[in-house]
Design a binder for this molecule. Structure first.
Ligand SMILES: NC(=O)c1ccc[n+]([C@@H]2O[C@H](COP(=O)([O-])OP(=O)(O)OC[C@H]3O[C@@H](n4cnc5c(N)ncnc54)[C@H](O)[C@@H]3O)[C@@H](O)[C@H]2O)c1
Length: 332
């Protein structure tokens, strides 16, 4: 499908990746309905101060993917949906797994069922590399076994399966897009890069971190969003799972050293036992094979890790942005 000038719903538009995707779709000429999680303050999350908030092609809805009737109203008359609404923190999924089932699995079911009733031309279910667990082989292609090493991972494996079942059973044009770790402006300090950058930006000489040995495949958010849009525009991607990654791998320890060098600030790293995941839950290694993405769309990431980090650091160093973040406590 040609997504330009289409009517597109983005769920999770108040969040990190969803707010960037919403802006990118508007810049492409789409009419976007952005679903932000209902809250009594009427906040649109990261869209609240977006320069595009008053754009004629943006409509913001407050609501909840757990509510089927609401999802039906949301998708009526639309062409496509990107389902990003989710609970995503792994440590919090140890504490409140039921809420992950309700939001991630039931939410995905509600979106698929409503999309089917209104004949949407495309459902983009946003998965995560966490579904693979610790790599059994690298690079990880889409055939790699799924390993539910956390309730979060289990909920995303399940939501992907629900979405794909709608493709196999009802011909709903579903694609599972599977980003590996994504970073950039607006990310929460639950993630490693904002944790490190915000602490250094506030002048900390000591960083409290979890495990340093796990490796990750890190993607700048503009690359993740552009890959998602390229996949949505590719008809051959219907019914498939598609990795979005960089094909590069770095350990958490080396990443912290790279950030501290880029910020020109030496830090001492202390391990905080509260941040270390249970042994069998920690995903030790993630490295994407993105051959399918390249084959289907020709897409390759535009940002090196260094370029992406420089942009991210610059954004966090701006006091108007940094002031939105609390540091000095462990945020699950
Ligand atoms: N950040 C990453 O590195 C990464 C990597 C792979 C996949 N993903 C996936 O990308 C998507 C977006 O992740 P993110 O990093 O932007 O996280 P985020 O937490 O910033 O965004 C998720 C958004 O979903 C909203 N939400 C939660 N429950 C909701 C509900 N019941 N109804 C409506 N909205 C609800 C939240 O308010 C939040 O704004 C998620 O599906 C996540 O699994 C993220």
């Amino acid at each position: 499908m040609n997504i330009d000038q289409s009517k597109i719903v983005v769920t999770g538009a108040c969040g990190f990746i969803g707010s960037h995707l919403t802006e990118a779709l508007i810049e492409r000429g789409c009419e976007v309905t952005a679903l932000c999680l209902y809250n009594p303050q009427g906040s649109y999350g990261w869209l609240h101060n977006s320069p595009l908030l008053d754009h004629k092609n943006l409509r913001v809805e407050l609501g909840d993917v757990r509510d089927f009737q609401f999802c039906k109203k949301l998708l009526k008359g639309q062409d496509a949906v990107f389902n990003l609404a989710a609970l995503i923190g792994i440590p919090y999924s140890y504490q409140a797994p039921q809420s992950y089932i309700d939001t991630n699995i039931t939410g995905c079911y509600n979106i698929c069922q409503a999309a089917m009733e209104y004949g949407l031309k495309r459902v983009m279910q946003v998965s995560t590399s966490e579904v693979y667990g610790t790599a059994r082989y690298v690079p990880i292609d889409e055939k790699h076994p799924k390993q539910p090493q956390s309730p979060y991972s289990a909920s995303k494996i399940s939501s992907d399966a629900i979405a794909l079942s709608f493709f196999y059973s009802f011909d709903l044009p579903v694609t599972i897009v599977r980003p590996f770790n994504t970073y950039g402006p607006r990310q929460s300090t639950r993630a490693i890069i904002p944790t490190v950058v915000t602490q250094i930006a506030r002048g900390s000489d000591v960083l409290e971190l979890g495990s340093l040995s796990p490796t990750r495949d890190l993607n700048y958010v503009a690359d993740t969003v552009n890959a998602m849009m390229a996949i949505a525009s590719c008809d051959d991607a219907v019914g498939r799972e598609v990795n979005i990654g960089s094909g590069r791998e770095i350990s958490v320890g080396d990443l912290v050293r790279m950030i501290s060098a880029l910020m020109n600030h030496d830090v001492e790293i202390r391990q905080d036992p509260a941040r270390i995941r249970p042994k069998n839950s920690e995903v030790e290694r993630l490295l994407a094979d993105c051959s399918l993405l390249k084959q289907l769309t020709g897409f390759s990431p535009a940002f090196s890790l260094r370029e992406g980090l420089v942009r991210t650091i610059e954004w966090f160093r701006d006091d108007r942005n940094l002031s939105a973040y609390r540091t000095g406590f462990y945020h699950v």
